[in-house]
Ligand binder design. Structure first.
Ligand SMILES: O=C(O)[C@H](O)COP(=O)(O)O
Ligand SMILES: [Mn+2]
Ligand SMILES: [Mn+2]
Length: 562
């Protein structure tokens, strides 16, 4: 199939660029949520609201679905997330996502006969090695799902390894902030049943909070990965963690987490210190040894790539931290995380195939494209946007810019994050006259949303509003067009129904507003005949605004040209 696009008969003509502005996590509150928790409404962002009001008046506004089936998730009420949201916006198509593909491979058993499994779990078990699973323990379904872990632990037990060890990372970010012990109890019950039914000893060996151990992304803070590598592989807790009476080594995960909660009541699960489970002689239960299999059960790539490199890179080819004595283990990811870079080398389930993305078409049409975000979301607007592919489509006509983030992701004290720097760069890109299509992700509403701090979220939205004023002015000055939207909700639900802080994403719809100062009624936002207009439509709209018809297999455009 060719990548050439048919031009529209009556394209709109603008001098400036088409800009896609993604306010990450900027949703519209659903009627079921707690109105007191809507930090976006509370912030009353005048510029954004004014722009939306004008778009509504002109027929250039709609709401788009950004969760569940609209973004390829297994269940209709799955909340949205950055990966699937950016995939949808950048691919113009809704593909069955990793969450769904892993479910299918477990249900039909194909995972257990595929090469990924037989060359790691089965191979280790055949030589009486042990099998380790590590990853995010929750049912958030953004990076992982506890049911999938259960399916794999049961599958591993059928191979009769000498033991199974699970290294859970507690969540509190995609699920309620201190719900970790609920999932630990579920996991303990699963492991107990497996041990009783199969005779294969299965137990929790180590763990920690996801944002403190293992799950860094985009190279923002490698010490998080190091901490996780040490507790999983070496059964070791760093000295620096042993403060205020925290021991690091406990007889069970429950004991460790309970003690951490008593000592550090202000910490959410996501930041729980690492722990290692020990036997009666204080020896770690399950460090990784030569010949063991290790499975990363997170299916989403952004926070799985760095730890995968730590496991896979040979001696001498890894300089992010000292890995100590590296065990010769058989490593697999549950899914392929980066098809371009081939990470991981071995995986248990093929990833969604996301092809013929917007960037490929625009590059083929020689449209010059610019993408920008700060580190925490840089890969969202590049790697996820381009269908989980790192790197450029065509470096000669594209430029991707990363504004380096503060390494700490718990930014409630500085909700402005790097939005100022992003704005300066974005305005310069718009005003340079060099680009046909500019896309930007503002990380703030989502990242601050994950802290559960309502006041910080309000402050962040107010600040973003100031930024938007300058961005809109630049678009107006250059005679361009801007689409304002989001990848999923978050900031509009900062409290649950009981008034407790809420850290996770939502199932809310997102705004889609077009700002077009040179507008002369040439087109309208029109969703007639589209059953559930979703954010995947944005790729088609982008093509239309640039003068092209979208390919037939793309989601329908919500724009009708007059
Ligand atoms: O990884 C995270 O920070 C959360 O689990 C999901 O947030 P994101 O989908 O907005 O990145
Ligand atoms: Mn997001
Ligand atoms: Mn998020």
């Amino acid at each position: 199939m060719s990548l050439s696009l048919s031009p529209l008969a009556n394209p709109i003509k603008r001098d400036g660029p088409v800009v896609l502005c993604i306010l990450d996590g900027y949703g519209i509150q659903s009627p079921k949520a707690n109105p007191e928790g809507d930090a976006i409404v509370a912030a009353n962002p005048e510029t954004i609201n004014g722009m939306i009001a004008e778009a509504k008046e002109r027929g250039l506004y709609t709401e788009l679905a950004a969760h569940g089936h609209s973004v390829g998730l297994p269940d209709a009420d799955d909340m949205g997330n950055s990966e699937v949201g950016h995939n949808a916006m950048g691919a113009g198509q809704v593909v069955a996502q990793g969450a769904k593909l892993v479910n299918v491979a477990l249900e039909d058993g194909s995972m257990f006969s595929a090469n990924g499994w037989t060359s790691t779990v089965k191979a280790a078990a055949a030589k009486k090695g042990r099998v380790h699973f590590f990853g995010l323990l929750s049912d958030g379904n953004i990076h992982s799902h506890i049911d999938q872990l259960e399916g794999m632990v049961k599958g591993a037990a059928r191979e009769s390894p000498s033991a199974i060890f699970v290294h859970p990372l507690i969540d509190g970010r995609d699920v309620p902030p201190t719900s970790g012990l609920i999932y630990i109890a579920k996991l303990e019950a699963i492991l107990k049943a497996v041990t009783e039914e199969t005779g294969v000893p299965a137990m929790i060996a180590s763990g920690g909070g996801r944002m403190h151990c293992v799950m860094d992304r985009y190279g923002s803070n490698w010490s998080i990965v190091e901490r996780g590598y040490n507790h999983i592989v070496h059964g070791k807790v760093d000295e620096a963690e042993l403060v205020s009476g925290y021991k690091g080594y406990y007889t069970s995960a429950e004991e460790a987490i309970t003690h951490a909660r008593e000592l550090f009541p202000e910490k959410q699960d996501q930041f729980n210190p690492p722990f290692v489970c020990v036997d009666a002689d204080n020896k770690p239960l399950g460090p990784v040894r030569d010949g063991d299999a290790v499975v990363n059960f997170n299916f989403r790539g952004d926070r799985a790539v760095q730890i995968t490199k730590a496991f896979e890179a040979p001696e001498g080819a890894f300089d992010h931290f000292d890995r100590g004595v590296i065990p010769a283990c058989l490593y697999a990811g549950i899914l392929e995380y980066d098809s371009e870079a081939g990470i991981p080398k071995t995986y248990l389930c093929p990833p969604p195939s996301i092809t013929r993305v917007l960037s490929e078409y625009l590059c083929a049409a020689e449209k010059k494209c610019y993408a920008i975000a700060e580190t925490h979301k840089y890969g969202h607007v590049t790697y996820f946007f381009n269908g989980n592919r790192s790197g450029y489509i065509n470096e000669e006509i594209e430029s991707y810019n990363q504004i380096v983030s503060e390494p700490n992701e718990m930014i409630e004290g500085h909700p402005e994050m790097m939005a100022e720097e992003v704005t300066v760069d974005l305005v310069a890109a718009i005003e340079s006259g060099k680009w046909d299509f500019v896309r930007v992700n503002y990380a703030n509403p989502d990242m601050v949303g994950h802290t559960g701090n309502f006041d910080s979220e309000v402050r962040c939205v107010k600040f973003l509003d100031q930024c938007m004023k300058r961005v809109l002015a630049a678009v107006e000055k250059m005679g361009g067009v801007l689409m304002l939207t989001a990848d999923h909700g978050n900031g509009e639900e900062m409290m649950d129904k009981k008034g407790k802080p809420k850290t996770s994403h939502t199932t809310g719809a997102v705004p889609f507003a077009i700002f077009d100062p040179k507008y002369q009624n040439e087109y309208k936002v029109d969703t007639t005949g589209i059953e559930t207009p979703g954010i995947a439509s944005i790729a088609s709209v982008t093509m239309n605004l640039l003068g092209y018809k979208q390919p037939e297999f793309y989601e329908p455009s919500v724009v009708t040209l007059e």
